[in-house]
Design a protein around this ligand. Structure first.
Ligand code: GDP
Ligand code: MN
Length: 392
């Protein structure tokens, strides 16, 4: 689960990470009040920052540095409600529904910090780079040596010597090293205690008076650990998520929307991946990833159908099921009921294997509805790609 920058900064501040003073604003009067407050209390300027679940806001026009009340208000008026397009939002962009009004910092240097899980070693990796402020993916591609990495032993945590190593690699002044080590350790603690899956501070800045700040903050959390973090779970902003993915999550369906024309309904993540591959191999393109799970109920199958059909790009449906816990006859009954109840008109192609497969095939046949069944995965993929072409 992703959260907004202002929310991440609130969490980090609780762990003692220095962040600029700021306030979130949902409306223009709130933005004006926040700016007035900061300017009246020692801020030399205010930064108006779009709050969306995507990076690259600066380049897209979603971050404006201003030095008086009037400019802050006009920047807020421009950004609030805009359709902000960045390299992470896709071409349609994301509507800005919230602003962060923050005091400006006297930036000396813009650096980069990140914590991610290295799945190969199963350990967290602390990353730092002098090339902060810009897209770190670009830095990683062009000059991987510009990113320093420290692997963290989970039993020890981020050790002092590792923090010092990172601080020196960032070229921090010796007088700032202790401050930096505390900063890094606070970030690490925040990451571990909230069950985060990603934490990025870009830019991590030094100021002209030798202070350190998290000027930007990105945090993502492990969905499987949210049950033990009610306060994090409460930060979810569904307005930032794909509406169909939000709907799917209500029924415990693992659904990711894609931009092709063939909807997939599959049980098991591995089979779902293989299904998307074979659709591509057969010359088509998948409209989604959908894992209905090992023990899907008829109700879940109906909801899955509703979600697949509300995607207007869908021209055909490919149901690829290996019946184990989910018996094929029960799935077939669910599919027939859903197709009837929802009055499905797009072609449906199935590939069924596993427990009670013969009974399942018979149920489809007896329904009198127009299903196509492929004997193998490849045959079914060819059938569904052809059906989607006719539909388009
Ligand atoms: P992103 O583009 O979505 O990553 O948004 P950031 O929060 O990283 O802001 C983008 C850029 O705006 C930063 O790299 C800074 O150069 C600039 N910026 C943000 N806050 C301030 C500030 O307080 N003062 C100044 N001078 N620049 C700022
Ligand atoms: Mn940034």
């Amino acid at each position: 689960m992703k959260i907004h920058e202002y929310q991440a900064k609130t969490i980090l501040a609780k762990y003692g990470v220095p962040v600029p003073r700021g306030e979130v604003a949902n409306t223009l009067p709130e933005a004006a009040d926040a700016a007035r407050n900061l300017l009246a209390n020692g801020a030399t300027g205010v930064v108006v920052k779009a709050q969306i679940h995507a990076g690259g806001r600066g380049k897209g026009g979603g971050v404006k540095v201003t030095f008086n009340q009037a400019d802050a208000e006009s920047a807020a008026a421009k950004i609030l409600g805009m359709q902000l397009v960045t390299h992470q939002t896709g071409p349609t962009g994301q509507k800005v529904q919230r602003l962060l009004i923050e005091e400006t910092a006297a930036i000396d240097r813009e650096l980069y910090l990140g914590i991610v899980l290295d799945r190969a070693t199963g350990k967290l990796v602390f990353m730092a780079s002098q090339a902060g402020g810009m897209e770190i993916e670009e830095v990683a591609a062009k000059d991987p040596t510009a990113i320093i990495k420290e692997e963290i032993d989970p039993a020890i945590g981020l050790a002092g010597y590792q923090g010092r190593k990172l601080a020196f690699a960032l070229g921090l002044k010796p007088s700032m090293v202790n401050q930096a080590v505390v900063f890094f350790q606070s970030l690490y603690k925040a990451f571990v205690e909230t069950d985060a899956s990603l934490l990025e501070i870009n830019p991590f800045i030094t100021t002209k008076d030798d202070k350190l700040f998290a000027l930007d903050a990105k945090m993502t959390f492990d969905d499987n650990a949210l049950f033990r973090h009610a306060e994090v779970k409460a930060l979810r902003d569904v307005a930032e998520e794909d509406p169909l993915e939000v709907e799917a999550s209500k029924y415990a369906l693992n659904y990711i929307k894609l931009d092709g024309s063939i909807a997939c309904m599959v049980n098991g993540a591995g089979l779902a991946m293989a299904t998307m591959d074979i659709i591509q191999y057969a010359g088509g393109s998948p409209a989604n990833f959908l894992d209905v799970g090992g023990g899907a109920t008829q109700e879940q199958i109906e909801h899955a159908f509703e979600i697949l059909l509300s995607d207007k790009n869908v021209k055909a449906i490919f149901i690829n099921i290996f019946g184990g816990i989910l018996r094929v006859d029960r799935l077939a009954t669910g599919v027939v009921a859903a197709a009837r109840n929802l009055n499905v008109t797009v072609p449906i192609v199935l590939r069924l294997e596993g427990t009670n497969v013969e009974e399942g095939r018979q149920i489809l046949k007896d329904s009198g509805l127009n299903f196509q069944v492929g004997a193998t995965m490849k045959e079914a993929a060819d059938l569904v790609v052809a059906a989607a072409k006719v539909g388009a």
